[in-house]
Design a protein around this ligand. Structure first.
Ligand code: HEC
Length: 193
């Protein structure tokens, strides 16, 4: 008798807990998908909060041009895209309109704290952004850099001319201008070139 009552009590408190969790879930506001924002003069506002997006790849010391000298310091590229764009890409193989990809460029360092070997990511030296916005850019994507000449982060940036960035991305990016071939998290969804 006592154990039956105890069982009912446990069931009741389990239900209460489930309801409380559901309530907490419902109370959390769904944050809207990140979208590119522009100034009236057409400059792109630096995307914020991208370190909470999907992290899809980290590349080290990549150089795109034959014969280019190796960099003086190691350089990592960290690539992020919004979770919503990631999900759409996973489902359809396409990057939805208004997709943003952020590439942080981080200088490597070797000797600090207890480290005696190997390289860690040290100083942020670049924030480059690719935006797909077909209403605004007839060629689909535009490219930006948010670190100014003296290494200062810029609040907004102008799109580069097509030949500075777009041409190479169009020609060599595996899918829709994006270098999916170098981002394992995306590549593994879409095995291909
Ligand atoms: C000669 C080829 C080439 C040119 C020119 C080029 N890129 Fe890229 N870009 C790459 C490659 C390769 C990657 C992927 C690997 C990496 O660097 O980590 C990449 C990756 C990127 C990414 C990450 C998202 C993506 O599309 O894959 C951004 C953002 C980016 N580049 C911005 C720029 C900007 C801004 C310019 C112009 C100032 C530019 N790129 C010019 C070759 C190029």
């Amino acid at each position: 008798m006592a154990s039956r009552r105890r069982g009912a009590q446990l069931r009741r408190s389990g239900r209460a807990l489930a309801l409380a969790l559901l309530g907490a879930g419902l109370a959390l506001p769904e944050s809207p998908a990140p979208q590119p924002r522009y100034r009236p003069d057409g400059q792109l506002v630096r995307p914020e909060g991208y370190r909470e997006w999907m992290f899809v790849g980290a590349n080290l010391n990549m150089g795109y041009r034959e014969g280019a000298p190796p960099p003086k310091h190691d350089r990592f590229h960290n690539i992020y895209l919004p979770r919503e764009a990631y999900r759409r890409f996973a489902a359809t193989g396409q990057f939805p309109d208004k997709t943003m990809l952020v590439m942080e460029v981080v200088r490597g360092a070797t000797h600090a704290s207890i480290n005696r070997r190997g390289t860690f990511q040290d100083q942020l030296v670049g924030i480059e952004v690719a935006v797909k916005d077909t209403a605004r850019y007839p060629e689909g994507w535009a490219y930006f850099n948010f670190i100014g000449p003296e290494g200062k982060a810029l609040a907004e940036a102008k799109a580069f001319p097509r030949e500075a960035c777009w041409d190479c991305h169009r020609q060599h990016g595996a899918i829709d201008n994006v270098f999916v071939q170098f981002y394992p998290v995306l590549r593994d969804l879409r095995p291909g070139p």
